[in-house]
Design a protein. Sequence first.
Length: 303
Amino acid sequence: MAVPPGVRLDHPSGTDEDAVVALVLTTACQVADTGRSDRELADVLEDWARPGVDLSRDAWLAEDGAGETVGYAFVAPPDAEIRVHPRARGMGLGSHLRELVEARAAELGVPELRQRVATGDRMAERPLEESGYAPIRQAWRLERPLDVAPEPSSWPAGVDAGEIDDDRDVAEVLALLERAEAIDGDGEPLPLDRFHAEHLVDERLDRGLCVLARRDERLVGAAICESWNDADGTVAQLAVDPHEDGDEIGHALLLAAFARMRERGVETVVVPVAGGDASVPELYASVGLRPVWQQTMWRKRLA
C-alpha cells in the first residue's frame, strides 16, 4: 500500500528531540485506545538503544501536510510497534507502516513478527487478521484502589511472611523466579539479569513493600513491589515455587503487599499481568484487581 497523500515519512535520528516526538505520538494513541498511558521517554530511548537497531532502517516517523506527527513505527524483531494518531486513522497509514516493518523483518530473515493492539479495537485488529496475524496472548493493567483496607492474609500452615533483608535474600528471589519460570508483563520469559538491575539492586529495591513467603526457611513465594510516587504502587513480580499451591500463597502475598502499600500511603495498586486466556486470571480477580486496559499480542509467521 502506498503512502497516503500528504504524508511524508522520515527516520528518527536518535536525538532526545526525536524521541519526544515519538513519545507524544504514542502517548496520544494509548490515551485514545485505553484512556491512559504508561509510556515514558526512557522507554523510547531504550528501544532505540537495543543491540543491532539501525534507526535509519528500523524506525519511521510520519508527518501530515501541516508538519504534525501522525504515525510512528519501530521494528526490533520479533517485536514491532505501529502507532497512528486517531485523526489519521482509516486512510491506510497503519497498513503502509506495517508493510515497512514486515519488509524489514523479512530482510533480517526472522521467522515471525509480533504486534500489540488494544483488545477489541477492530480498526486495528481487522487489518492484522487480513494480513495473516493471529492472536496469541493477552496483557492487562490491573488496578485496585486502597481506600479500603484489604482483608488480612491467610497463610498456609507452615508458611510465614518476611522481608528482603540482605543480598542472600535477593539471590534467593532470583533463584525462585528461575524455578517458577517467571514471565514479564507481556508474557515473555523474564530476563533475570535485567530484572535484577531494574528492581533488586540497592538503589532501586523497596524492601519495605516487598513480601517474601518461607516454609521451613525455604523461600516459596515473593511479591516484588515498588512505588515511585505518592499515588501508585506496583507489584512488579509475583512468583510462587512450582511445588506449592500457587493460588493460596499468591493470594496471601498480594494481600500482604496491598496492606504494606496502604500503610505507606499508596492510593492505588497496579499489577501488570499476561496470559493466554481471554479473561483476567482468577487469582488477581479474587483480590479485587480489575482491568483498566487490555492488549492482545498478534503474531505473523513470515515466509
